[in-house]
Write a protein that binds this ligand. Structure first.
Ligand code: FAD
Length: 413
């Protein structure tokens, strides 16, 4: 039986390994940490539900009682709200998804993949991968320092921020996104308003494009994070996160929701998370999830890109190991980069203000809103949506039209 080694047991690794085990391959996942383990990335998008389902992971997840997420709410500095409901989107899709504590969710994915026949080895760090002809040798080190080598027919790198193959094969390139950072923690969240749009709250608040997120969980806690430039992020983390805590406790728009709330998970800082790669595949290996490219957290795209790329990589590995020819450039890299580039246009539109102009236009056309909603639901490969197909120009064109219309209104007044 052909053996596949997957590096990393996050969502990308769980989806890829589960799909391949279900097709009858021997799949072994090598994971550095002991599980359960924490990672950030807690608000999902409807598109990832399709990938979880196709990988055979969905049914046990439906029993777990995660917080349902029906849409997303964006605010502006004039305290206006723009709510997107996934039930009102253009693409045919799940009309809801979840907010998840990754410490539980990733463990649940591992359990479901294990039930589908995947073998997991925890507490082992992959240190080398050699590709010679038909042989791929993966070396890992256990926590006691013991080194082990495994031979495989194919290697899938799903090592996320660990970036195993980008480092070993010199594939890393700097991201074109501006370097930013985030500080986040989990709080006891006993003062929820229960109003529509509380599924995820996103609010930009200063001239440096900083923004705050609140992601509620079903156990009565919430994740609260602040994204800023590197300097402000470090300042918020200084003195045991004093400035971060003060900001969260006193932020006016949160109406005292966390003023007296205790931490449920202590604060953490993460800096410079945006990364890129020269290439996503090579002879006998493929990269998926965060080991390829990570842009920005603002549209919660990370787990969706991880699960969709994990599934697509697994399908192509299946084809190749079954003796069919695979065009990795066209069917994998170009496809994945297309979705990433669509998200990039929206991330850029968020930070340059075009999206705020569109979101808070009081006359926003419902059809346009539904099409944008589908992008925010992760349907970045649905080229029947003009807000996907024309992503490079459509946001700036629409924002300009709105500005001209609004100027006209101002003159008339
Ligand atoms: P991971 O989940 O990182 O899993 C990779 C696994 O590989 C880890 O378990 C790691 O231990 C293991 N590993 C690493 N090195 C090795 C090694 N040498 N050997 C063996 N194993 C190894 N995404 C969202 O969808 N929604 C959000 O709301 C969101 N918010 C975010 C907020 C911030 C501030 C940031 C920075 C990111 C956010 N993300 C979000 C992105 C999200 O964190 C990632 O995109 C997602 O976790 C990627 O999944 P993955 O499976 O590729 O990698």
């Amino acid at each position: 039986m052909k053996k596949i080694v997957v590096i990393g047991a996050g969502p990308a690794g769980a989806v890829a390994s589960s799909y391949l085990a279900k097709q009858g391959f021997e799949v072994i996942v090598l994971e550095k940490e002991g599980f359960p383990r924490f990672v950030i990335g807690e608000s999902l998008l409807p598109k990832c539900m399709d990938a979880l389902e196709e990988a055979g992971l969905m049914s046990p997840l439906l029993e777990k009682g995660y917080q349902k997420k029906m849409g997303a709410s964006y605010y502006n500095r004039a305290n206006q709200t723009c709510n997107f409901l996934f039930s009102q989107q253009f693409s045919k899709s799940w009309d809801w998804t979840w907010n998840v504590q990754r410490v539980n969710f990733d463990q649940d994915l591992v359990d479901a993949a294990q039930a589908n026949g995947v073998q997991f080895v925890f507490g082992c760090t992959v240190t080398a991968v050699e590709i010679e002809g038909e042989y791929r040798t993966v070396t890992y080190q256990s926590q006691d320092g013991k080194e082990t080598k495994i031979e495989a027919s194919f290697v899938i790198d799903a090592s996320g921020y660990g970036r195993v193959l980008p480092r070993l094969f010199d594939l890393d390139i700097p991201s074109v996104q501006k370097s930013r950072g985030a500080v986040f923690a989990h709080f006891v969240d006993q003062k929820r308003t229960g109003r529509e749009g509380d599924d995820i709250f996103i609010y930009p608040f200063d001239e440096k494009n900083s923004w705050i997120w609140v992601i509620p969980f079903s156990d009565g806690t919430a994740s609260v994070g602040i994204v800023s430039d590197m300097e402000d992020t470090k300042a918020r983390a200084a003195d045991d996160f004093a400035a971060y805590l003060k900001f969260v406790q006193s932020f006016e728009l949160l109406n005292g929701r966390f003023t007296e709330a205790a931490y449920q998970r202590d604060p953490t800082m993460i800096l410079g998370y945006s990364v890129g790669v020269k290439s996503m595949f090579g002879e006998g290996y493929v990269l998926c999830g965060n080991s390829t490219e990570f842009l920005d957290p603002v549209f919660s795209s990370g787990v969706t890109l991880a699960t969709v790329s994990g599934l697509q990589a697994a399908k192509l590995v299946e084809k190749e190991l079954n003796g069919e020819s695979v065009d990795w450039q066209k069917d994998y890299e170009d496809e994945m980069r297309y979705g990433i580039e669509v998200f990039r246009s929206y991330v850029d539109g968020w930070y340059n203000g075009e999206l705020q102009t569109i979101f808070f236009n009081p006359k926003i056309n419902p059809q346009i809103k539904a099409q944008i909603c589908s992008v925010l639901a992760g349907h970045v490969w649905d080229v029947s949506n003009p807000f996907v197909k024309k992503h490079k120009t459509i946001l700036s064109t629409l924002a300009k039209v709105i500005q001209i219309e609004n100027k006209g209104t101002e003159v008339k007044q």
